[in-house]
Design a protein around this ligand. Sequence first.
Ligand code: TMP
Length: 237
Amino acid sequence: MEKKNLMYEGKAKKVYETEDPQLLIVSYKDDATAFNGLKKGSISGKGVINNKMSNLLMQMLEKSGVPTHFVEELSDRETVVKRVKILPLEVIVRNISAGSFAKRYGVEEGIVFAEPTIEFSYKNDGLGDPLLNSYHAAALGLCTWEEMETVKKYAFAINDCLKAFWKSCGVTLVDFKIEFGKLSDGTIVLADEISPDTCRLWDSKTGEKLDKDRFRRDLGGTEEAYVEVMRRLCEHI
Ligand code: TMP
């Protein structure tokens, strides 16, 4: 499988067309941004880790019954995925207060919720990815009610699966952002990536942050944190 036209370049990935109209190649970059692109930088080796981690986690999720876009890992940074139409929704599941939740509601980080929460943002950089609910998504025609139900069902199933897995690695899954896409036949599948860029992962014993918050908050040791979570994942998968 070979890369043809560059179809899209995002903040952390490039997406290429291939000779097969149903398949794309994703190429992971080391570039990192935060705060809607305001902060720019690079996390050395991140692309390789995110590619491998996302692929391993998606294969685990497939086994647990969640369909994904994953097809085949091509190289350190490149993966073949199914072509999807991305639903313009960022789906965020939270188990513990942190980040924008803590800020918005004026609570400290680290409150363990009795039940996981879910929220949606409209994927639109120009607008700064504003929060929306199911009614807004339906009004804007972003997805149907049925698709929204499927997305919610998968999001909580993904949380159950990932939370248990990361626990076995001595890592607490605080929250994460996922995106879904639609195949040409309308099937909803998990797309984009699952990595320390898109999850909050805290060391279960020390509470140390092992994710992109180290970059967002200038905590230092970002590369080392990505290497450490990847090492734990590989030991336990
Ligand atoms: P938040 O607390 O800043 O809203 O982030 C919630 C989760 O979503 C966190 O795990 C980081 C992830 N996230 C992304 O993947 N992309 C983004 O652009 C943002 C803002 C958060």
